[in-house]
Design a protein around this ligand. Structure first.
Ligand SMILES: [Zn+2]
Length: 175
């Protein structure tokens, strides 16, 4: 009984070539693809002109394209890859620059820094380090109350250079 129902789904197999048993060619598969009507017409016309079946023409074109890609070989592939990574790293560099400019802008008008312990996530406006709740940070105080609030991390708070240089620098004012 079983052998009668094991026939394959006719829908999926209808276009597949029934490969003859003694076929020693490479296994052939059917690729289904949709093409625009215009392309189909072009292919048909071309196939008629050179008197080959459309499917043969399509296969010839595909084989040609693949072997061309093969011939172009790794060199091209690497170049393309390099170009792509270059592009993205350049983009990153540009973005980083842009962020720095934005950060500098953010610190414009800040007249002082007030230490605080963060209660929420923040980003240092100067070095863009992510800061987390509980981190010690400094709030930038601006004269303009409408200015957006900025927070900087501890290392980014400006410090007097003279404190470190006091011993070596004789110009420290004595008063
Ligand atoms: Zn910082």
């Amino acid at each position: 009984m079983h052998h009668a129902v094991t026939e394959r789904d006719p829908d999926s197999e209808s276009e597949a070539p029934r490969s003859p048993e003694g076929d020693d060619k490479k296994k052939e598969r059917v690729i289904h693809t949709r093409v625009p009507a215009v392309l189909e017409q072009e292919l048909k016309r071309l196939a008629e002109n050179i008197r080959v079946p459309v499917s043969n023409l399509v296969r010839a074109i595909l084989e040609d394209a693949v072997s061309m890609a093969d011939r172009a070989g790794r060199g091209v592939e690497e170049e393309l890859h390099k170009a792509a990574t270059n592009l993205s790293s350049k983009r990153e560099a540009i973005l980083a620059k842009k962020e720095k400019v934005v950060a500098q802008k953010a610190l414009e008008g800040v007249i002082g820094f007030q230490p605080l312990v963060l209660a929420s996530e923040a980003i240092c406006a100067k070095c863009l380090t992510p800061l987390h709740p509980g981190d010690e940070a400094h709030l930038g105080i601006t004269a303009d109350a409408s200015a957006p609030r900025v927070v900087v991390c501890e290392p980014c708070v400006p410090k007097r250079a003279s404190r470190d240089a006091a011993k070596t620098s004789p110009e420290t004012p004595e008063k």
